[in-house]
Write a protein of this length. Sequence first.
Length: 385
Amino acid sequence: MYLVFYNNELVYDPRGANCAEPGDPTYAIEEGALELAVDAAGQLTMTLAAGNPMIDKLQVRLGTVKVVELLGSTSTTVFLGRVIRDKLNFDGSHSYECEGRLACLNDTAMAPYVFPDAYVDDPAYQTALANNTVPAYWLGKLLELHNGMAWNTNNQIQPGTVTVTGGAMYRADEDWSTMWNVLRDDLPGSSLGGHLVMRYVGDTAYLDYLADFTDENAQAVTFGQNLIDLARTHYAADYFNAVIPIGKDGLTCSAAPNGYYGDGRYYKSGAYVVTPSERDAGYGNVVRVVEWNEIKTAAGLVDKAVSYLNAVTFLDEVEISAADLSGVDGTTPPFRLARLLNIDDPPQGIRTAYAIVGLGIDILGDVTTKLTLGARGASLTSLNK
């Protein structure tokens, strides 16, 4: 069950708490869809009937729209955002489009910068460097800059859990960029990888930066029980199996000894580091040039390239429709974004766990939930630095 609030005033309650006729949820809201995704802001679309007492109170880019999930006596905030479109319909109803809090990072800008040059004297940076937690430090700094410019607490984001680790890293931009572009490109869009996931506690938004998804969903999806539809896609347009690593001042790995690395899974020859098993399977060399400006040795470049290739496979994505049992019995925890979901579908040959990277929820109570799973592997759009 989902409730919708605007500035903590009730907009929708399926139990009829704000309806002209108690028990009639269609009076308050005619339709509502919540789209959540990893590495994205998320979106809420809803249409309020003409008689909804809140219809004249929602304002574009002002205030906070909140979606709360109720499970028994427990309430969990699953979305915080703002109205970006208000459409008046012929019947007097209003259709609203709301973007998630992460989109506020497009409101603020980052001046040209070089990292870590301007921060090397910061004791917190030195501690992060010693503890191999520089990604968490940089995330905190970028959000601190954003929050200082955003000013309004309705647009602020706090640093959350960071499980991506790393020491010395070099980041720079000669141009002004939105804070979202800087944060995305410097962290998950770099060789660090990982994913950005929004998390809400009450009215506070946290941005987690996760190396991998380890928590499991309480529900599974099983053929013949709650699996409604399934489509599986293998995608290889952005696949690569060889890297030419470039370090500080144009350094290559040519000076490192040629031979096998990473338990014999990768072969280094000249300036290349390749995955020989993939090449020998008939794919040939599919090469990408990747820069790590903080690396000063050829051996360090080989290590980076091996780690980078280890994360790259063909993309394997599964889209399914499943009955969310939380909407049936009211006690089973609903599907959660950025958690592993066990799939048991023998006809499709799938019996494994995938991470939920996208959720489509009908907040009016339809138990059918659309899930995007997997996105295993790496592409140029997510690993281009």
